[in-house]
Design a protein around this ligand. Sequence first.
Ligand SMILES: Cc1ncc(COP(=O)(O)O)c(C=O)c1O
Length: 360
Amino acid sequence: MIDTTAPVRRSLFLHAPIRRKPRVMLEQMLALVDDDTPPDGPNGPVAVLERRLANLLGKERALFFPSGTMAQQVALRLHADRRGRRTFAAHPQSHLDVWEEQGYNAVHGLRLRRTGDLHELMTTEDLQAIGEPLAAVVWELPQRDLGGLLPQWQDLRDQVALARATGAAAHLDGARLWEAQTYYQRPFDEIAALFDTVYVSLYKSLQGVRGAVLAADTATVDAAQVWRQRLGGGIRDAWPLALAALVGLDAFAPRMPAYREHAIAIAAAVNADGAARAHPNPPQTPLFHIHLPAPRRAVEQAGAQILAEHGIQLWGRVRSSPDPDRCSFEISVGDNAMGFAPNEVVTLLHDLLTRAASHP
Ligand SMILES: Cc1ncc(COP(=O)(O)O)c(C=O)c1O
């Protein structure tokens, strides 16, 4: 019987709660405030964060949202209302479609035109083939469910120009823009300049609590503020979330290049060994996938055994594959995964596959 309640001592999973303990986070946040820090207003943490991100992204304004789900719905709603068009295009593995219960449709009556191949990045040809007026096109950079793939810079520019030429807005799902920037090696504002609206997450790789920011021109942000209020997102006293994000910008954003280097080193060791396969090879960002020649359920059980016996967690979740004898999981390198040498990951994968082979 596998002990499914075994405590996690070490983890390859970015969001394992081993480092993000409330006391640690609160102490980091306390270092950013003093007795005079106001909870809100122009000098409160939310306003400071909004100004900092507007500046970093080169946009006139940035607006805090409690979630990226809400921020992106609002951005698309505004693009649709302005253009009198209800359809937007995005990759079939867009977070908006796969993980958000199609809120764009249920709440705003918008329609998604799924664009591109399920397992490949959206291309200029895919966009050219659309043939109907669009309110917006969404680019998710990097495309998380494809293992953090990114289009080449010129390709991205061409795609955005094409969409814009048809009157569509360009929206960036930049939940992991921090990671994407390590590949493009261009300033954040140069990347953001391609897009009318830019969403960035405050909690994923920045390891904050929750929250998002939508950056755009002043008129768009003013309109977004109305929709944020309508959707119940105009929460006052969001300062703890903003403080955690400011900690993340100071502490974690500068570590992204090192995280990417480590991802490349782990992937290289895994691919040199050959028992499993890392994709993309090399990773473009700190995020990549490990593909395993074993069925998902057997791998899940083997992983649970490793956790029970060694306190080592390998993933957040295992992904199925069209081939039932294969599966995959994501590694998103942050401080957790930095604690694993590439060869240790290879050894763990061997252990995992050996155990999986003994499960039905
Ligand atoms: C690519 C992407 N976009 C949007 C979101 C939504 O963010 P939130 O959890 O803040 O609603 C996520 C969350 O995982 C994401 O991965």
